[in-house]
Write a protein that binds this ligand. Structure first.
Ligand code: ADP
Ligand code: MG
Length: 622
């Protein structure tokens, strides 16, 4: 039980005890008058002091028009008109409801955490020829760990011996196991399936994937409050209206001499109790948490419930090309040295210069080079986003990048003239040749494009690559709006322009991989980053992270958002309908205060159950 819940239970226990004593004493001994009032007042106080106190604190923050206020007025009023027992009973039920609320919220949070069951418990550290079980937090960089079949990988590491398969479902939602060999990266939180592996620690526990994801999901939970601005907006109007109705009930009928004044005061108070939107208030964050949890289970991390609300308002999806719509794995198609260099020498110079870059272009050159890079040969590295890299390799100045880079360095180069992305290389101020690489379009991106077209949502592609490649990819995917040869800052500018042209209530999402586009991710109404594994910038700048490199998961995210908001809406309609009915019944004197509270509890339970259904959503197959 959480601290809050414990406090509430103690309050309720104490109040209940005092209530029973007051009942027993006043009933048996026929106590009336002031002593009776005092006894029930004690019970009432035990149940409500904290609520009163919290409400007082809210007044200073100008947001006190909420369901607490309704309950305070109703019960204090009931007490004032001599309905002591009912006042205490109403408060008692109300607090019990709050307790249920607190418990269901913390349960949901826990179940989300267990959804993504990735927290590793221990690690087998290799010490000489033996192994020692240690907490993952104690592992240091470079240490060797042993992974046995079925064990969770404790920290990010690189396989040093053995081959096997790894189950990454908990991280990415991808159920297909992945084969790993020596030299392959392992992500903490995934599971080593059926062989013994040895691996070298590459990240400490706190910087490892599992810890990062846990932190993200937990902070999304905390931020659930920003999703309730929905609810806040609602109570801001709802509470005053209810108070007005209650006031009119108290004032108007007696003026027309219908029944006694005290009866109408009582009915007005019942209206306040009946109108309390407590169930609704708890079901809303529950639904949002449920949505976030469902998404996490499918490898979609959503930072905060408000993103669910925003996602369904998106009408334009802007995509980065390289690594997002394309695989980002270039294959070297041709190596064209310009003068004395051999093909091997040209590739080596480029690969070494790129050896610190994480850009897809760099990774593919290194892949093609295929050998271990001796990093002592490379110094003065300077990566220039949108251009390429500069480095000193074996004492020689090397530039590798696009024509823009060559132009800037005043190096005359010969245009590749073939389709594909060319990496131009200059050594010691002289043009040395180019390496032609090409990328393939993600099949999965086609699925997303079809889905977007069917729903009349626009797709725009931005890229730093050349026109020809851009047109090629866009043509393949059926994207009409294409912007090529952009610098990272051009992307930011374009996005700002797009946003200005958006219509009211229509939002813009940017989908990228976090490489050279983190500012755009942060700037868009919703930043969606792909491939959460390994890309730190993306994890930080984005609002939604697709753990697996599959753009089509955006479809799932949108569906989950819709389902979440649907359940919120259902709850609102049901709860408000019930409230209207109860208020009418209270007006005509058909319900007592106790019955109004019991009806409230019933509405709350139904609302909560409906929200819990959201958590089940993944099983229903999205
Ligand atoms: P995209 O918009 O397609 O994701 P980027 O903005 O990341 O592309 O890069 C734009 C262009 O800049 C690339 O197409 C490439 O020509 C060049 N470039 C960027 N980084 C590098 C690098 N490390 N090595 C070579 N070329 C690079
Ligand atoms: Mg990019």
């Amino acid at each position: 039980m959480t601290k809050e819940a414990k406090k509430k239970s103690i309050e309720i226990g104490a109040g209940l005890l005092l209530y029973i004593i007051a009942w027993a004493v006043t009933d048996l001994k026929d106590v009336t008058g002031a002593p009776e009032t005092v006894m029930f007042l004690l019970a009432y106080a035990a149940l409500s002091v904290t609520t009163y106190w919290e409400q007082l604190k809210k007044i200073t923050k100008k947001q006190f028009l909420d369901e607490n206020l309704l309950m305070i007025i109703a019960t204090a009023g009931a007490f004032a008109v001599g309905r002591h027992k009912e006042a205490v009973a109403a408060m008692l039920f109300y607090q019990a409801g709050k307790l249920v609320e607190e418990i269901s919220l913390s349960r949901t949070k826990k179940s989300i955490a267990s959804f993504i069951d990735i927290r590793p418990e221990y690690a087998n550290l290799k010490v000489g020829e033996t192994e020692k079980i240690v907490p993952p937090q104690e592992l240091l960089l470079g240490q060797i760990i042993v992974l046995k079949p079925g064990e969770k990988i404790p920290v990010d590491a690189v396989v040093t011996s053995g081959t096997g398969t790894v189950d990454m479902k908990a991280l990415t939602g991808e159920s297909e196991p992945m084969a790993v060999w020596e030299g392959d990266r392992l992500y903490s939180g995934s599971i080593n399936m059926n062989s013994v592996l040895e691996a070298r620690v590459t990240k400490r526990y706190n910087d490892s994937t599992a810890a990062k994801i846990m932190r993200l999901v937990e902070s999304a939970n905390e931020k659930h409050s920003d999703s309730i601005h929905f609810a806040d907006k609602f109570t801001k109007y709802y509470t005053p209206i209810v108070i007005l109705i209650a006031l009119l009930t108290v004032i108007l009928p007696p003026m027309m001499f219908i029944e006694a004044k005290s009866e109408w005061i009582y009915r007005g108070l019942i209206i306040l109790v009946a109108a309390c939107p407590c169930g609704l208030m708890v079901s809303i964050p529950l639904a949002f948490l449920g949505g976030i949890g469902s998404a996490a289970k499918q490898g979609i991390l959503i930072k905060g419930g408000s993103m669910l609300e925003k996602l369904i308002q998106v009408d334009t999806f802007v995509f980065d090309k390289t690594g997002t719509l394309t695989e980002g794995v270039f294959h070297v198609r041709d190596i064209v040295p310009f003068n004395k260099m051999t093909k091997e020498e040209l590739l080596e110079a480029a690969a070494l210069a790129e050896s610190y870059s994480k850009h897809p272009v760099a990774l593919s050159l290194l892949e093609a080079y295929g050998r271990e890079v001796d990093k002592t040969r490379v110094t003065d590295i300077d990566e220039q986003p949108g251009y390429g890299v500069h480095a000193v390799v074996d004492g020689r100045e090397v530039y590798a990048g696009n024509t823009r880079l060559m132009d800037r360095e005043k190096i005359r180069c010969q245009a590749a003239g073939e389709a594909g992305t060319a990496v131009y290389v200059a050594v010691d101020g002289e043009y040395a040749g180019y390496i032609l690489i090409s990328d393939v379009v993600r099949k999965d991106a086609m699925k997303l494009m079809r889905w977007l077209r069917k729903r009349d949502l626009s797709a725009v592609m931005l890229t730093g690559d050349n026109e020809q490649v851009a047109e090629d990819v866009a043509g393949n995917l059926g994207i009409e709006s294409v912007y090529a040869e952009l610098m990272p800052e051009d992307k930011v500018e374009l996005l700002e322009e797009f946003r200005e042209n958006q219509m009211e209530g229509e939002l813009l999402a940017f989908v990228g991989d976090g490489i050279n586009d983190a500012p755009v991710l942060a700037l868009a109404d919703i930043g969606i980053a792909m491939g959460g594994l390994g890309a730190d910038a993306a994890l930080e700048a984005a609002d939604i992270i697709l753990m697996e490199d599959e753009p089509s998961r955006i479809i799932n995210a949108v569906r989950i958002s819709k389902a979440t908001l649907r359940s919120v809406r259902e709850n609102m309609v049901f709860a408000i309908g019930m409230k209207v009915l109860l208020i009418a019944m209270a007006f005509f004197g058909f319900v007592t205060m106790q019955n109004a509270i019991i009806a409230d509890m019933a509405v709350m339970l139904i609302n909560i159950l409906n929200s819990f259904w959201m958590l089940q959503y993944p099983e229903k197959g999205v």
